[in-house]
Design a protein around this ligand. Structure first.
Ligand SMILES: CC(C)[C@H](C(=O)O)[C@@H](O)C(=O)O
Ligand code: SF4
Length: 468
């Protein structure tokens, strides 16, 4: 048998049918559903008089629109649109008999945090969701990617998806990371190198010592932003850390089934001599604590750098950089650490897990948020929130002056009450810094949780290593 990549192996294990032009029908193991991209899909089923093909493999949770304030049970804090979407999910989940974690359930949270946490996401699976950051689940060695609403309907009805195979892209991060450098910095650094279109047409497998050394939380952060680099999906081969994370989760296999599953998972790695269409190697030691200066995730630099001169770019990027700098209210040549901020957001499916909160709390311990700043922590799920309270992290955040919120997407995107006002500038642990992403004319600087905490203390973008 010819050597295969991890992606080839998962793909081959799920192809139900292949036509002459290479279009395939893939079997889907897990279908995650949230309130924004599912209402029309369920409506489509209803109109056609169809049911959900595999309700036991379909998991729904509201996350994008839900308020994160403590009084959120009071639906009046939601806009009319949001309320309609969340109510539709409530109704659809009940009517179609799928697994559901409503807002009142402590397990509710961002769909990409809830899936792994509840043991729905396992190695070797195909995982889809009507959401681009489904790439997150690739951290388990699952083939996971976003789909559109019409595909959501197709998967609900048939548990299959029509797909063409992508190409194989290997991204290796060698050696060790320096202190203060995190999974977030790895993933932003990669996009800085490849650009936001560099991964187009590929599934990326992340490998190398620095990736192996990451916890499952860190691996999820890396895969989460595969989509920001344009890739169809990101993958990391499963190992002992993966099995340890999955074992004992509510929906993970048990007993003999666990043994059988693990035996298969252990075959899930890229074979020696497998074919790569593209390869990139980065030395772990070359990655610095990073921050974005512009309005695209590829506009990223080490925190020690200065705002670039648009003339230093090539082609269309010259104008794009000038426009970004203007939108961001910056000046070429300005030190990144001189950029003053007024808002700090710690959360999202990129950095809303327990390890992220630990990293931020570590920096904040015994310190205060700078006067006049707005700082909030939004745990990625109710269970992350509960664990952080148990570990004393919540007290560190509250004592420092952070708002301690309920779980949801929150200020990652302006679809709920947590938004930036015009001109406000935020150090954010999320994954997108597009114009208006966190609110109309809001300005976003993407950073790691430690860097966000450091900025909250000083009031400007700060090298986390100075506070370590
Ligand atoms: C609302 C949803 C469809 C969207 C996505 O697909 O990613 C959102 O989660 C985002 O991060 O922009
Ligand atoms: S946290 Fe942000 S990136 Fe993640 S699913 Fe929600 S809106 Fe999308």
């Amino acid at each position: 048998m010819s050597p295969k990549t991890l992606y080839d192996k998962i793909w081959d294990a799920h192809v139900a049918d292949e036509s002459a032009d290479g279009t395939c029908l893939l079997y889907i193991d897990r279908h995650l559903v949230h309130e924004v991209t599912s209402p029309q899909a369920f409506e489509g089923l209803r109109m056609a008089g169809r049911t959900v093909r595999a309700p036991d493999k379909t998991i729904a949770v509201p996350d994008h629109n839900v308020p994160t304030t403590l009084d959120r049970a009071n639906a009046e804090t939601m806009t009319e649109d949001s309320r309609i979407q969340v109510e539709a999910l409530d109704t659809n989940a009940k009517e179609f008999g799928i697994h559901y974690y409503p807002v009142s359930d402590v397990r509710q949270g961002i769909v990409h945090i809830v899936g792994p946490e509840q043991g729905w996401t396992l190695p070797g699976m195909t995982v889809v969701c009507g959401d681009s950051h489904t790439a997150t689940h690739g951290a388990f060695g699952a083939l996971a990617h976003g789909i559109g609403t019409s595909e959501v309907e197709h998967v609900l009805a048939t548990q299959t998806l029509i797909q063409k195979k992508s190409k194989n892209f290997k991204v290796e991060i060698t050696g060790k990371l320096n202190p203060g450098v995190t999974a977030k910095d790895i993933t932003m650094h990669i996009i800085g190198e490849t650009g936001t279109a560099g991964g187009t047409g590929y599934v990326i497998e992340y490998c190398g010592e620095a990736i192996r050394d990451l916890s499952m939380e860190g691996r999820m952060t890396v895969c989460n932003m595969a989509i920001e680099g344009g890739a169809r999906a990101g993958l990391i081969a499963p190992d002992e850390k993966t099995y340890a994370y999955c074992k004992g989760r509510p929906n993970a296999p048990t007993g003999a089934e666990w043994g059988e599953a693990q035996a298969w998972w252990e075959t899930l790695y890229s074979d020696e001599g497998a074919h790569w269409d593209l390869e990139l190697t980065i030395k772990g030691e070359d990655i610095a604590p990073s921050v974005t200066w512009g309005t695209s995730p590829e506009d990223v630099l080490p925190i020690t750098a200065t705002v670039p001169d648009p003339a230093s770019f090539k082609g269309g990027k010259v104008d794009a950089a000038a426009r970004s700098i203007e939108y961001m209210g910056l000046t070429a040549g300005q030190k990144l650490t001189d950029i003053e901020i007024d808002t700090v957001f710690i959360g999202s499916c990129t950095n809303g897990r327990i390890e992220d909160l630990r990293a931020a709390a570590e920096i904040l311990k015994g310190k205060k948020v700078k006067d006049g700043m707005r700082a909030m922590v939004v745990p990625g799920s109710g269970l992350v929130r509960a664990q952080a309270e148990e570990e004393g992290l919540a007290d560190i955040f509250k004592d420092a002056g952070f708002e301690w919120r309920m779980a949801g997407c929150s200020m990652c995107l302006a679809m709920n009450p947590d938004q930036l006002a015009e001109g406000e500038r935020c150090a954010s642990t999320s994954n997108r810094n597009f114009e208006g992403r966190q609110g109309y004319k809001g300005r976003t600087h993407l950073v790691s949780p430690g860097m966000a905490a450091a900025a909250a203390v000083t009031g400007h973008l700060t090298d986390v290593r100075e506070l370590m």
